[in-house]
Design a protein around this ligand. Structure first.
Ligand SMILES: Nc1ncnc2c1ncn2[C@@H]1O[C@H](COP(=O)(O)OP(=O)(O)OP(=O)(O)O)[C@@H](O)[C@H]1O
Ligand code: SF4
Length: 283
């Protein structure tokens, strides 16, 4: 895809990372992308998890065919409930849309994965985006390096950063430390840490209780002097919506976890604004 001259088409690329699978990285990616779109931004959601692309399933987009235009792959446009004709929508692209019918990518070797992800990221025609949220595979993989290479600051995006997702338990927090080391080595700014599955949003009393430990993500943020972006509870109403492919439906958008995801998105935007202001001060 040729980017043409002028400023990059993507303002801010946000890579969502987690040390291991199952901590809710895809869920948080979807929630964050939706929260930013609900706030009126033009948002793309890119799922590059070759071995387990879950974004299409969560958004009820399984089996969607992506089309090609002369500039590249056209993302799926998902209009949010209640949006006016020019209102909030999410542009979605998943490697899962292209994998149907191909051999199992679990057995692909590193170079094949790298070239597939790099080509895929470069070839999506987003037009202009305020935010591109990238759901990455768990751990630090060839796909992470490929996506960073395919989204260079200056030509593909104006700025980029990472959001690390952890669960509250110390063992999960240990896994995130490796992600933070990866960010340090690759020069990727860590914009903050999100603690998912932190407490329980009770569907009966609308209260939030804490049956398990919590606070590991906040502790890690403090220890590493990183911003803490917030806690998202285990929310059975959201889980049901995700299972039904209704993550962008009215019920999910008003779930307790999504309301808290909006607060996470606000903190993230404040964090980015603060960095931009600090950059201007130094200039
Ligand atoms: N806050 C939450 N409340 C309720 N259920 C959640 C929450 N976060 C995640 N889940 C559920 O946990 C499961 C795992 O979530 P998800 O697929 O987002 O994890 P992941 O870290 O992306 O996993 P993988 O790396 O294997 O793709 C899903 O079934 C999802 O619906
Ligand atoms: S938080 Fe626990 S005790 Fe309170 S209503 Fe919910 S399930 Fe019952």
């Amino acid at each position: 895809m040729s980017e043409g001259s002028g400023s990059p088409r993507i303002d801010t690329a946000l890579l969502v990372l987690s040390g291991k699978g199952g901590v809710g990285k895809s869920t948080v990616s979807v929630q964050l992308a939706l929260a930013l779109a609900q706030a009126g931004h033009r948002v793309g959601l890119l799922d590059i998890d070759l071995c387990g692309p879950s974004v299409p399933r969560m958004l009820g987009l399984e089996g969607q065919r992506v089309h090609q235009c002369p500039e590249g792959w056209v993302p799926v446009h998902l209009r949010l409930p209640g949006a006016s004709s020019d209102g909030a929508e999410l542009l979605v692209m998943s490697i899962g849309f292209l994998l149907e019918g191909r051999d199992d990518p679990v057995i692909w070797r590193g170079p094949k994965k790298t070239s597939m992800v790099g080509q895929f990221v470069r070839d999506v025609h987003w037009q202009r985006l305020d935010y591109l949220v990238v759901d990455t595979p768990p751990g630090t993989t060839d796909e992470h390096l490929a996506v960073l290479e395919a989204l260079p600051v200056g030509s593909a995006c104006r700025r980029r950063g990472a959001v690390a997702v952890t669960t509250p338990q110390i063992v999960a927090v240990g896994d995130v430390r490796r992600e933070l080391d990866f960010c340090a080595k690759t020069g990727l700014a860590v914009l903050g840490i999100v603690e998912n599955m932190s407490g329980f949003a009770c569907p009966h009393c609308a209260g939030c209780s804490n049956p398990f430990s919590s606070g590991g993500g906040r502790e890690l943020a403090r220890a590493k002097a990183l911003p803490f972006l917030g806690c998202l509870p285990i929310d059975p109403s959201l889980a049901a919506c995700l299972d039904e492919g209704q993550a962008a439906g009215a019920k999910a958008l008003s779930s307790p976890a999504q309301l808290l995801a909006q607060e996470v998105a606000t903190r993230l935007r404040e964090q980015l604004d603060g960095e931009a202001a600090a950059g201007r001060d130094q200039a």
